[in-house]
Write a new protein. Structure first.
Length: 332
């Protein structure tokens, strides 16, 4: 590719001063594939309507550009008048279609108002070596195949169509989903007149838009509710987990304190022992000596009266009682 092709739109053929000055010698496909002639690129022509320019168009042009090692791709685009006459109404006008082709990276030059059927004069004017198009016979303008004479001259090189996409497919999608697109454009500010929508359909579409808005709000509320419930469940799970951990810790501490071998039992046993010792002191041993008494003699109780030696007189009896009371005090 030339530097200009990659950084600027492709020029129009009627505005460019870059004309091929080399003699236009007839080439065979075999010669073109070898890269000859060396003094100029092989000039390849591809034409079409290119309405709603899409990837299928771009892939066809890519194939046309890469047919030969050194090529210059000219793209012819038919005008609105010619297209409406032979094919039908287009979505994009001719100016839009011209500009779309100018910005395709594979295109070197755009020919506006291209002819429907290629004439020898047109081929000679633009020094065209080969014409690239898919090999399906294209019946139009009273002919079974408008490229028949090009094929017979050995100037036709086939390209492959991209399945699954075409301008007709895109238009079919729009027609199928017409209500959706009409409602969308009404919502974006287009008027019913601009959309060619009747008064009743306009009201219907606007009502449907309001219903869709309500559905969207309900959907948002449901999503937020689900998110809220999820957060609550997540927090509840965390709280339950923390509660379980605290419960296990509390039970462990309780068992350590009040269990069968807990600290409380040991403390209670120690205090019980101390209380028993306080309430039950040790008794004095029986062998301890008594003050003021002979160890060989066993004292007689104070209430025992010696019958053998009664007191001789009252004074003697009182003295005897005095001695008994003193004996009792000594025992205490």
């Amino acid at each position: 590719f030339s530097f200009q092709t990659l950084t600027a739109p492709a020029p129009f053929a009627d505005e460019t001063s870059c004309q091929c000055q080399a003699p236009h010698e007839k080439l065979t496909i075999a010669q073109a594939r070898l890269g000859t002639p060396v003094d100029r690129p092989v000039r390849v022509y591809a034409d079409g309507i290119f309405d709603l320019f899409h990837a299928g168009h771009a892939r066809a042009l890519m194939q046309a550009k890469t047919l030969f090692p050194n090529s210059y791709l000219l793209v012819g685009v038919c005008s609105d008048d010619l297209t409406h006459k032979f094919k039908g109404f287009t979505v994009m006008n001719e100016t839009e279609r011209y500009e779309a082709l100018r910005h395709c990276r594979y295109v070197d030059e755009v020919i506006r108002d291209a002819p429907w059927t290629l004439t020898p004069e047109f081929l000679e004017k633009h020094k065209i070596d080969f014409v690239a198009h898919d090999d399906i016979p294209y019946s139009s303008a009273g002919s079974d195949d408008v490229y028949k004479h090009i094929k017979e001259a050995g100037m036709f090189v086939p390209t492959q169509r991209t399945e699954g996409i075409s301008t007709s497919d895109i238009i079919t999608r729009i027609v199928r989903d017409y209500d959706v697109y009409a409602r969308r454009n009404l919502q974006r500010g287009y008027t019913a007149k601009e959309l060619n929508v009747s008064f009743i359909n306009e009201k219907k579409y606007r009502f449907q838009n309001q219903v869709d808005k309500m559905k969207e709000k309900v959907k948002n509320v449901e999503e937020k509710s689900k998110e809220f419930v999820y957060k609550v469940e997540e927090k509840s799970h965390d709280l339950i987990q923390k509660w379980e951990e605290k419960s296990r810790e509390f039970i462990g501490n309780f068992l350590e304190l009040f269990g069968p071998d807990g600290a409380w039992k040991q403390m209670f046993q120690e205090r019980s022992g101390r209380m028993l010792q306080a309430f039950s002191p040790r008794q004095s041993p029986n062998s301890s000596p008594t003050r003021g008494r002979s160890p060989s003699r066993s004292p007689s109780p104070p209430w025992v009266i010696n019958k053998t030696s009664p007191p001789s007189s009252p004074k003697a009896a009182s003295a005897s009682l005095s001695s008994m009371s003193e004996g009792d005090e000594d025992e205490k």
